[in-house]
Design a protein around this ligand. Structure first.
Ligand SMILES: Nc1ncnc2c1ncn2[C@@H]1O[C@H](COP(=O)(O)OP(=O)(O)OP(=O)(O)O)[C@@H](O)[C@H]1O
Ligand SMILES: [Mg+2]
Length: 267
């Protein structure tokens, strides 16, 4: 059940883009992968061809204890997506309340997915601290903290190390690693911040993703960067990160084993 959490102290840094493309990359390497959205923006699904008009998701019904896997949607290949869904403000509040106050809420909802043999879960979070990130952290195998190659991200680095994201250490399994996104060699400040992060984070910096227009275009066309522009710098960078994550989690890339998940996709 490897569980990968993509989070950040900062908004708009590329968490959702990374979570989606990591899902594609791990799936291309042969694993079954579920992209799980914990952000009320409900944007992760758009990377998997789910139409904007499709508001299905697990949160609306989550406060009545039930198995969230009923809301898993099948995407292409061996990928699946569990959208947050379009919810009312009250439904969002009820969900966060349960996450914060019922310690078994998450494991009940996600139980069958967490126990599904060989399934990798890539979870995307809203920026900054959240009830979901705090609740799932004890179950996580690795956190990928996404930052941008700019001074605003740099100034938030202490927030991560001072446990401001969850009130505690990020996880006790593989630990947390940083990804610096939108590094731009043409801009001095971006070069400087990237160099600073490399120096400061050392081995904890698991990858750097170049600023690449094809990422924006791939997102706009609801395609992965691998499909939209396989020879792009960003595709190369994200593929390397996926391989490093797989190695850390002991995921056997290229094994291609296909398990029957039809009973949970509901499609
Ligand atoms: N490497 C990149 N090069 C160029 N543009 C990028 C890159 N990565 C992400 N983007 C663009 O940056 C914007 C923000 O990306 P994304 O939505 O993934 O960020 P986020 O951290 O999930 O945001 P939020 O905090 O709102 O959830 C998007 O328009 C995306 O296309
Ligand atoms: Mg996002």
């Amino acid at each position: 059940m490897p569980l990968i959490c993509v989070c950040s102290p900062k908004g708009g840094v590329g968490k959702t883009t990374l979570a989606a493309n990591l899902t594609y990359s791990l799936a291309r390497a042969g694993s079954k992968v579920l992209a799980l959205d914990f952000d009320v923006q409900n944007a992760l699904r758009l990377h998997f061809g789910v139409p904007l008009s499709d508001g299905r998701g697990y949160v609306a019904k989550a406060a009545d204890s039930y198995d969230w896997s009923q809301n898993v949607l099948g995407a292409s290949g061996n990928m699946f997506v569990l959208p947050y869904g379009e919810v009312t403000e009250q439904q969002r509040i009820d969900f966060e309340d349960k996450l914060s106050h019922d310690e078994h809420f998450l494991t009940r909802g996600l139980g069958s997915l967490l126990n599904y043999p060989g399934l990798i879960i890539v979870a995307d979070f809203p920026p900054g601290p959240s009830a979901a990130l705090k609740a799932i952290t004890p179950l996580a195998d690795i956190h990928l903290v996404t930052l941008q190659a700019d001074t605003a991200s740099m100034s938030l680095l202490p927030h991560v190390e001072n446990h401001r994201l969850t009130g505690g250490a990020l996880n006790s399994k593989q630990g947390h690693f940083f990804v610096v996104n939108q590094s731009d060699n043409r801009r001095q400040i971006s070069r400087d911040v990237t160099a600073f992060m490399e120096e400061k984070l050392g081995e904890q910096l698991i990858g750097i993703i170049h600023r690449d227009e094809s990422v924006i275009e791939a997102n706009a066309s609801q395609k992965s960067i691998f499909e939209f522009s396989p020879a792009s710098a960003a595709a190369f960078d994200i593929e390397i990160i996926a391989k490093k994550v797989a190695a850390k989690l002991g995921i056997n890339v290229g094994d291609g084993t296909v398990h029957n998940m039809s009973r949970m996709s509901g499609l």
